[in-house]
Design a binder for this molecule. Structure first.
Ligand code: ADP
Length: 165
């Protein structure tokens, strides 16, 4: 990456990546030099997909976006972003509820890492009701999640359900 390039980090759980996440990363990739999707590893939280599985499928989904990379990290987002020399964090905003939480996170990250801005991208209306939590719930009850996730994520989930992974 050239020295002047601006790297932004899009942190999250991405368990699993949804069409809403993909929309945010695609739009971010349109106006930043380099976007890194950083999958936070939280051992104490029961996850649907392992971090490495998430990373692999996200790499597949974002292959065509040449300035997007995928990584995993553990610990504080602010410390990770500083270690990566990132210029900012990117987060998506869906409803008013997101704002309360996201504003508090942005303030915490600013006090942990001076100058670490958080840039918010408003969810597209067609994706603003999608969340990984809803996808996990539908999946666990045996429902079809193909309207909410990229095809490759749907395939991983289906293979997992039929035990062919
Ligand atoms: P976290 O567990 O850190 O909230 P998520 O994986 O749920 O991580 O979300 C990562 C980011 O993506 C958050 O900023 C969240 O608001 C945003 N996001 C999640 N779903 C959508 C969506 N449907 N549209 C736009 N942004 C979204």
């Amino acid at each position: 990456m050239p020295k002047s390039s601006r790297l932004v980090i899009f942190p999250g759980s991405f368990d699993p990546l949804t069409l809403g996440h993909l929309d945010i990363v695609t739009r971010a990739a349109g106006f930043f030099d380099q976007v890194e999707i950083a999958i936070g590893i939280n051992e104490s939280k029961k996850s649907l997909l392992e971090p490495e599985e998430r990373k692999q499928v996200i790499e597949e989904v974002t292959k065509r976006l040449k300035n997007v990379t995928v990584a995993t990290f553990s610990g504080l987002v602010a410390e990770y972003a500083v270690s990566r020399k990132a210029h900012a964090l990117v987060r998506g905003l869906r409803q008013a509820g997101d704002f309360d939480y996201e504003a508090r996170m942005a303030h915490a990250n600013l006090s942990l890492a001076e100058g670490l801005e958080t840039i918010f991208i408003a969810a597209s209306p067609e994706y603003s009701s999608i969340s990984s939590t809803i996808v996990r719930d539908i999946y666990r009850w045996g429902g079809d999640v193909s309207a909410f996730v990229p095809a490759q994520v749907n395939d991983v989930l289906n293979r997992r359900r039929t035990g062919t992974r």
